[in-house]
Ligand binder design. Sequence first.
Ligand code: FES
Length: 161
Amino acid sequence: MAHLQEAAVKQITEICERYKDEETPLMMILSDIQKEYGYIPLEVQELVSEKTGISVAEIYGVVTFYSFFSLKPKGKNVIGCCLGTACYVKGAQQVIDKFSEILGIKPGETSEDGLFTLDALRCIGACGIAPAVQINGTVYPKMSVDQVSPLIEKYKNGGVA
Ligand code: FES
């Protein structure tokens, strides 16, 4: 979406129109765009600003605050390692470091083959099974460093063990 194509402009305009009667439409608009395209780059934020009258600064603030939104395209598999307190004290840092080491990417990055994005998350509400890792929405409990490599292999094979 580097240069917005006509079809994308049309669709984003439609999404903005969809919520024009809402008092606070921004989250709904951004959620729909994120679902449709997988990310919300700056040129899209500018278009949303133009269509809604909401400033780019405000839109950018929302997009960067919520980890659900992304400025860059995400990989096929999105690995989210919780680094909240409960997970951290149970070794979450070592787990995310292992993902980083094997995949060759830092948190927030996507592997060159587009297969994996690694994200550091705040508490995902699974403190009782810390440290928790979430991959494409599936939560893996009590993760250990030894489980990282087999889990990556599983997702390389399409998510089947
Ligand atoms: S701190 Fe990780 S799930 Fe709550």
